[in-house]
Design a protein around this ligand. Structure first.
Ligand code: G3I
Length: 347
């Protein structure tokens, strides 16, 4: 059952969308984060920090939390069994901290972007566990006190709610999950530890599986503090009701909620599309709704909203899915889109 306050919010979202079919132009010389009561983040690559570029200008001005899009993943940070690759990661982190940005570590474990040596590692389950521990703890120790939150584990579930048959599950068993969180906590007891996944609003089978995992971890005092709802969504789905109830389900478990990889596809079915103002307005309206819904969750659980990039020109979606799309706040010429203006208006 929707609570009265949630119902009122949906009614007002509806009224607002009737009244304001057009999004006003807005001034992107304003800063999103300085108008916001919660952190606003962006995924960045090393080239985003190059002096004199529009990328740098945008990430510095608009966002106060950075997530490394790729260079903190296992294949980049831990390319050989006995080699960790710190310089590029340290440079990004030091830059972020020099600009007073929060830095969100992504990601200690995944089934993707693993180094070959790790995929081909030979050993019994105790040796796999020792390797996992060294991987996690060497990284957490290195960045201790600077990276204050980590996605410990990324995308461990299949869409049907079963546990993904990753190398970790194959060689250590399902307990690799709790072990990963314990290892990270031992290395840095102050760090906020997240589980991060996609489709957790859209797909209730997958969400149920993650909720029951987290409930189980919490009952056994395994240190887990936050959920990353990736929010690779579209103008068509998931509905606002579904997004609101997913956020609620997780904060009621006592987890901080991170909308961790937000982008809003205009073309999820990969059709030949024409980029119309109507589509951009729909995208803006979806952004507005998601932001208002996020602000309805209790403050203590608002870890922040992070966009998976800032400009359409760098989004992962067109190349990954081989389709035309425009999912982010700025267009390919770095001009603020209606999505940006409506987001600003919602803050
Ligand atoms: O590093 C190589 C580089 O050496 C080479 O020249 C270049 C040529 O294509 O490829 C580079 O690697 C690419 C890497 O991004 C860094 O740019 C990979 O091919 C490419 O597959 C990789 O894509 C990343 C993807 O994760 C990998 O699955 C995307 O940028 C990144 O946005 C995406 O992020 C993930 C999150 O971590 C987890 N959630 C889903 C999200 C979207 O897939």
């Amino acid at each position: 059952m929707l609570k009265n306050s949630t119902l009122l919010l949906f009614l007002s979202l509806g009224l607002l969308s009737c009244k304001k079919s057009e999004t006003r132009d807005c001034d992107d010389a304003i800063s999103l984060y300085s108008n916001s009561s919660f952190p606003i983040g962006v995924a960045i690559e090393s080239y985003d920090m190059l002096d004199g570029t529009r990328n740098k200008e945008i990430i510095d001005r608009q966002f106060n939390s950075f997530t490394p899009e790729n260079i903190f993943k296992p294949n980049s940070l831990h390319p050989e069994e006995n080699t960790f690759n710190w310089p590029e990661a340290d440079q990004m982190l030091d830059y972020a901290l020099s600009q007073n940005k929060r830095f969100h570590g992504h990601t200690l474990l995944w089934h993707n972007q693993l180094p070959l040596w790790m995929e081909n590692f030979q050993g019994n389950s105790a040796e796999w566990e020792a390797m996992l521990k060294t991987h996690i703890q060497t990284i957490c120790h290195h960045f201790k006190g600077k990276v204050k939150a980590w996605d410990v584990l990324n995308e461990a579930f299949n869409e049907d709610g079963s546990l993904r048959n990753s190398i970790w599950k194959q060689h250590i068993g399902a307990s690799y999950i709790e072990k990963a969180f314990v290892f990270a906590h031992e290395a840095d007891p102050e760090a906020i530890l997240f589980y991060n996944d996609f489709n957790l609003a859209l797909n209730d089978k997958k969400r149920d599986a993650v909720v029951s995992l987290i409930r189980n971890l919490k009952q056994r005092n395994i240190p887990i503090h936050g959920i990353g709802l990736q929010m690779h969504i579209s103008i068509y789905y998931p509905s606002n009701v579904v997004i609101a109830s997913a956020m609620k389900e997780f904060y009621q478990l006592g987890l901080k909620v991170h909308l961790s990889e937000l982008d809003i596809s205009l073309n999820p079915r990969g059709l030949d599309i024409e980029l119309t103002d109507k589509l951009l307005q729909k995208q803006a309206q979806k952004m507005y709704s998601v932001s208002l819904l996020y602000q309805q969750i209790p403050k203590a659980y608002q870890y922040g909203i992070t966009f998976w990039g800032h400009s359409d020109v760098h989004s992962w979606i067109p190349s990954f899915f081989g389709r035309e799309d425009y999912p982010l706040l700025f267009d390919a010429n770095y001009k603020a889109k209606p999505m940006y203006c409506k987001f600003l208006e919602s803050l």
